[in-house]
Design a protein around this ligand. Structure first.
Ligand SMILES: *Cc1c(COP(=O)(O)O)cnc(C)c1O
Length: 425
């Protein structure tokens, strides 16, 4: 597989280097030089999830990982399902929360862990990642107990849900968690800053498991195919997919899937009040504001780091702005959507509800809508129970950690504290 740095095009790397280094020079994202295009999509859609995903990832990665080995990695990573469930007559939910940490981030986190295990040759690796709530848990669980790999997760203190926090701050061992007195964007900026320190980067073997890592995005491409495979054939040509968006990794993966031949008519990018992208699509002006805390906290991102990849797909004529619209919702609108969905007999959580709402407003006669349900409702139990006035059962994964001790260190949003932690491992 050949990839290049979007900012400095002369930096070219293979899959192994892209996965191991995460981010290119000058904080440039890596991007595939060529995308495979599947001609016989129907045949692909007939396959089961792991067989099909192996085909897709093998076409992308090429001979750097033998196909038989790749099949084992995919089987180990995607050991849970992604069902499509009807919500209304013309709208269905793609449930991506059946993995061990109950959010779609398990797909990317678990595949990335498989890739790093396969590609590293025993040297020390430190994974530094910022989380707005769900990446931390997915990455921490995927890497817990792996030799030679330390994981440092930063998150905005007090701005993620209690159960989100319990899922990754109670593991210990090679998993280290930092509660940062700041926003998710502060955390993300410190990850980028760490990558700019060449000596530090080398000394601690720095890697990032954020959605800037191409292996995560590649894993996510696979569930778009899984979704379309479950949509009845006569609706496939009129399919509109709504993506609850924060860092825009999820949407990027969908656009990549479409560029590889998957029939998706158009996309909707749905955000909360952190609406840098909707404002950009309306005005052409890129002007991130201060991050606003919302009940859909995993999307509290005002400087989405995957956006340059969408721009790159447009620049390469593999995507058109005509096929993307956007919408945003306030917390109040999110609550209304949750109630509307509940009236249809579907219990959702705030992120999925925002995507559902955007779809309801935008869907035209004859179109079929699919929205991504990115987390299990119980992960946002306080909001969901409060708004819907119902009681939710805690799934076992959450019940097991609810009362455990939180092992995080609290730090101010200053890089020196992060650096000290990294050097101490
Ligand atoms: C991370 C996350 C999102 C946002 O996904 P991006 O790929 O960052 O746009 C949406 N919902 C949930 C529940 C998440 O954890």
């Amino acid at each position: 597989m050949k990839l290049y740095n979007i900012k400095e095009n002369d930096q070219k790397v293979n899959f192994e280097e892209a996965v191991r280094t995460g981010l290119g020079r000058n904080q440039g994202l890596f991007f595939p030089a060529d995308l495979p295009r599947f001609e016989d999509i129907d045949a692909l859609l007939e396959m089961d999830l792991t067989t099909r995903s192996t085909e897709i990832l093998s076409a992308l990665i090429g001979d750097e990982i033998p196909k038989a080995r790749l099949a084992e990695m995919v089987t180990a990573a995607f050991d849970f399902e992604a069902p499509v469930k009807p919500v209304t007559e013309n709208i269905s939910a793609l449930e991506l929360f059946h993995g061990p940490t109950l959010a779609f981030k398990d797909f990317g986190g678990r595949f990335m862990a498989q890739c790093l295990k396969q590609l590293s040759d025993g040297e020390k690796i430190t994974i530094l990642t910022a989380t707005s709530g769900d990446t931390g848990a997915a990455v921490a669980h995927a890497f817990a107990g792996i030799d030679n790999i330390n994981v440092v997760v930063m998150y905005p203190k007090g701005k993620i849900s209690h159960l989100q926090e319990q899922l990754f701050c109670t593991l210990g061992g090679n998993i280290h968690t930092l509660a940062v007195e700041g926003t998710f964007d502060d955390c993300q900026a410190m990850v980028k800053h760490a990558f700019d320190q060449a000596e530090l980067r080398k000394t601690v073997g720095l890697n990032s498991a954020n959605s800037i890592n191409i292996s995560r995005l590649m894993a996510q491409i696979c569930y778009y195919f899984e979704a379309v495979a479950q949509v009845p054939k006569d609706k496939r040509d009129e399919l509109v997919i709504s993506v609850p968006s924060g860092n825009f990794g999820n949407l990027t993966a969908g656009v990549l899937a479409r560029a590889m031949g998957l029939p998706i008519k158009r996309f909707i990018a749905a955000t909360n009040a952190n609406d840098t992208v909707p404002r950009y699509l309306e005005t052409g002006e890129w002007s991130p504001k201060a991050t606003i805390p919302t009940i859909s906290n995993a999307m509290d991102v005002s400087a989405p780091n995957n956006w340059p990849r969408i721009e790159e797909l447009v620049r390469r004529n593999e995507f058109s702005w005509d096929d993307l619209s956007s919408d945003r919702a306030t917390d109040e609108e999110t609550a209304q959507m949750l109630k509307a969905m509940h009236a249809h007999g579907y219990v959702c959580e705030p992120h999925g509800a925002i995507a559902f709402g955007a779809l309801e407003k935008s869907l035209q006669e004859g179109e079929h809508g699919l929205f991504l349900c990115t987390a299990h409702p119980a992960k946002f139990i306080e909001s969901v129970e409060g708004i819907l006035e119902i009681k939710l059962d805690l799934p076992k994964a959450l019940a097991d950690v609810a009362e455990k001790e939180n092992l995080s260190d609290t730090i101010p949003a200053e890089f020196s504290h992060v650096e000290a932690k990294l050097r101490s491992l």
